[in-house]
Design a protein around this ligand. Structure first.
Ligand SMILES: Cc1ncc(COP(=O)(O)O)c(C=O)c1O
Length: 339
């Protein structure tokens, strides 16, 4: 289940990893510039200008770019095209949709345990025969592998596919995208939901060898030839081209993440070293559930899972600097009250 989306309440919403800032002005101008004629007609089924804009940023060709209606849809097509009825390996604490797609598409999923410090056990994954799917940075831990660790994994067995889900691209982690030209067994997926503050627009993409992109297009065309509407294509192209906005907005999030991390550490919390737009943290004393409920009573929404190993941990999205201050003040108040 996705995180709660409250309607009409004044809440500080730090539970679904939306971006702290509104999207680029260039995106809003692009949407306003759209003509009625562009809506009367079907959109470009190949989303060529958007794929070209992405390719230019990544030093790739448009033939190496696949786009879809959010990275969830892109990942679902990857599952249908490449992983259906196969053995797939991932980790035990990660994005909740991987087991869902595995079940839907008849894959046998092996979930390698994260190490005690929540890092990915790359040595264990090197030895498995299965295709590998990893979120990098991982969610909900926020911990990231380096590009060279991912290259080791991709190079270890050229006959198996490695899918790196970079939904949290742009907040400090190294990307695996530069490896695409060298390895035809690697797919990197991205989302504009977090990095570009466009969760409401639903745009995601995959970077891969043209042969893999062809396969994804065949699956897509048998499902929906027009997954990206004309508004989304135009807005996403403007977002991708506004590289200054990405740099500026990411810095706000990274600075706010540092304040939140330092504030929680000062109050005795354990905080993992996040490279995403959220942090994963555990109170030094008291239960995670009690803190989650107490924050909720103060209209601050964060995310928690009722899973044994992480039941005391909270995932807190990075908000604006003001929201971070409000969160830290509320936590201090709750700890005071707990005596
Ligand atoms: C690891 C991971 N992958 C993929 C997604 C899907 O993102 P979207 O469909 O908004 O592009 C999410 C969303 O939270 C995520 O956390």
């Amino acid at each position: 289940m996705p995180g709660e989306q409250p309607v009409g309440q004044a809440v500080i919403k730090l539970n679904t990893n939306e971006h702290a800032l509104p999207p680029s002005d260039a995106v809003m101008s692009a949407i306003l510039s759209l003509s009625g004629e562009a809506l009367r007609r079907y959109p470009d089924p190949t989303a060529r200008p958007l794929r070209t804009a992405i390719a230019v940023q990544e030093g790739l060709s448009a033939a190496q770019v696949f786009v879809g209606n959010g990275s969830d849809e892109v990942l679902a097509h990857i599952w249908a095209a490449c992983l259906a009825n196969r053995r797939v390996a991932s980790v035990d604490i990660t994005y909740g949709f991987y087991p869902v797609w595995s079940q839907l598409y008849g894959s046998t999923l092996t979930q390698c345990p994260l190490r005690d410090d929540f890092s990915v056990d790359i040595d264990a994954l090197l030895t498995v025969e299965e295709a590998v799917v990893l979120a990098n940075p991982n969610a909900p831990t926020g911990l990231a592998l380096t590009r060279s660790q991912i290259e080791t994994l991709v190079a270890a067995n050229r006959n198996r596919l490695v899918v790196i889900d970079e939904a949290y691209y742009g907040f400090g982690a190294e990307t695996a995208a530069p490896l695409i030209n060298n390895y035809d067994n690697l797919i990197v997926t991205r989302s504009l939901s977090k990095s570009h503050s466009l969760a409401g627009m639903r745009v995601g993409y995959a970077l891969a060898h043209p042969g893999l992109v062809d396969g994804l297009n065949r699956i897509k065309d048998s499902f929906n030839s027009y997954p990206l509407d004309a508004v989304a294509q135009l807005a996403a192209t403007a977002a991708i081209e506004d590289v200054e906005w990405l740099a500026r907005a990411s810095k706000v999030v990274i600075d706010s993440r540092k304040s939140m991390t330092e504030g929680l550490l000062a109050m005795g919390f354990e905080v993992l070293s996040s490279q995403a737009n959220f942090i994963f943290t555990r109170p030094g004393r008291g239960s995670g559930l009690r803190l989650f409920d107490a924050l909720r009573q103060r209209n601050i929404l964060v995310r928690r899972w009722d899973t044994p190993r992480i039941a005391d941990w909270l995932r807190i999205s990075i908000g604006t600097p003001e929201q971070t201050r409000a969160l830290l003040a509320a936590v201090a108040d709750i700890l005071d009250g707990a005596g």
